[in-house]
Design a protein around this ligand. Structure first.
Ligand SMILES: Cc1ncc(COP(=O)(O)O)c(C=O)c1O
Length: 373
């Protein structure tokens, strides 16, 4: 039986979310229409909005639904920059291991809009260097348009000190990408200006995300049209997907997943010489990132796939691209170490038998990959 250990790329839709999705797909009506069908869709959608808002401690009106986490990140980075640019602030500060959905729009703003990008280094424990941020703000605080630090890293699972970042930032708007953290660890909107979430990482459908944006803090739109979502994100609201997103917000088996992760990490340490665990102690329950120097991640991945185990070399978005991960380089790994890396990400459905099977085949896979390089 195939084993799926790529839950950080996307996790299967949960039964409860699928039931809600199917139910809502059979309803007629645009939620913006004023007739009875439309009003009924709107009612279901607003209930979903309220449930999501309660889950992350924000006001329902602060949620702007989007088509993905990527869209929400783009909206946040570009929108917050354009808003602050009006008062002459041009510096964008992000952590040096942000997801490409944050990094790429920031680099685009440098190229097209005259922004300056400063990346906060990562300590060897996989945490943003807060002293760097403190010094940066004391030197150039007046020039900073926004700060973006992710809640947890998608490749190594490292959890970030968001409360500290918010305190240090003072009046500077802070955006946080919590796509990987939602449901797995507590996530709150408190103190933030903007927050990104996405449904398909928590057992909801693909194709719906949200930007949570502080009330009264309106930013320029990327999509113009019918004026939905505070005129920040036009487009007919995807009511079935939004309702299923809310339905997916149930409980997560944190203890069970953490125990499996720890079993996997100690099994790898015991059985594979030179394995370098890149996932730090303070991390999400489900991610194990490990480097095997002298191998190539793509070879490891294909050999694992031949054994019926699906995993990843890191972020799904850069899969297939033979470049060392910027996350592992930011963490201080060498190119050789970074290239020979696997990410095994566990989910609510993962079992002890899955981990036993991985530990059974992995030493041989690594051996073969070392010979193949
Ligand atoms: C940290 C992080 N941010 C953003 C995204 C993009 O989310 P989506 O797949 O909904 O576009 C991902 C997905 O891999 C992610 O892990």
């Amino acid at each position: 039986m195939a084993i799926y250990l790529d839950h950080a790329a996307t996790t299967p839709i949960s039964e409860i979310a699928l039931a809600e999705f199917n139910k809502q797909l059979q309803q007629i009506g645009n939620p913006s229409s004023l007739h009875n069908f439309g009003r009924e869709q709107r009612r279901a959608l607003e209930e979903a909005r309220e449930k999501i808002a309660n889950f992350i401690s924000c006001a329902p009106s602060e949620i702007i639904f989007t088509g993905s986490g990527t869209e929400a990140d783009n909206l946040a980075i570009k929108g917050l920059f354009w808003k602050s640019q009006k008062s002459g602030k041009k510096v964008i500060v992000i952590s040096s291991f942000e997801h490409k959905a944050v990094l790429e729009p920031a680099e685009w703003l440098v190229e097209k809009e005259g922004a300056e990008l400063i990346q906060i280094p990562i300590t060897s424990e996989g945490i943003v260097d807060l002293n760097f941020l403190i010094n940066l703000i004391s030197d150039r605080g007046q020039e900073i348009a926004l700060i973006s630090v992710m809640h947890s890293n998608n490749e190594i699972g490292a959890l970030q000190p968001i409360d500290e970042v918010i305190k240090i930032a003072g009046d500077i708007p802070v955006h946080c990408d919590a796509v990987q953290s939602l449901l797995k660890v507590p996530v709150t909107f408190e103190g933030l200006t903007a927050l990104t979430i996405s449904a398909h990482k928590i057992g909801g459908p693909v194709g719906v995300g949200a930007l949570v944006l502080k009330r009264g803090f309106d930013i320029p739109a990327l999509l113009h049209g019918g004026g939905q979502e505070r005129e920040i994100r036009s487009g007919t609201l995807n009511a079935p997907a939004i309702c299923a997103f809310a339905a997916a917000l149930t409980t997560y088996p944190t203890d069970a997943v953490t125990a499996l992760r720890d079993q996997l990490i100690s099994g790898i340490r015991d059985s594979i010489p030179n394995a370098l665990i890149n996932t730090p102690a303070h991390a999400l329950p489900g991610i194990v990132n490990v480097s095997f120097p002298g191998t190539k991640g793509e070879t490891l991945l294909l050999l694992m796939d031949m054994e019926g185990i699906a995993c990843s070399t890191g972020s799904a978005c850069s899969a297939g691209v033979h470049r060392p991960s910027h996350v592992l380089i930011a963490l201080g790994r060498s190119e050789d170490e970074a290239i020979g890396t696997l990410r095994l990400s566990l989910g609510a459905q993962s079992t002890r038998a899955d981990i036993d099977r991985v530990l059974e085949v992995l030493p041989n896979v690594v051996e073969k990959a070392r010979l193949a390089k």
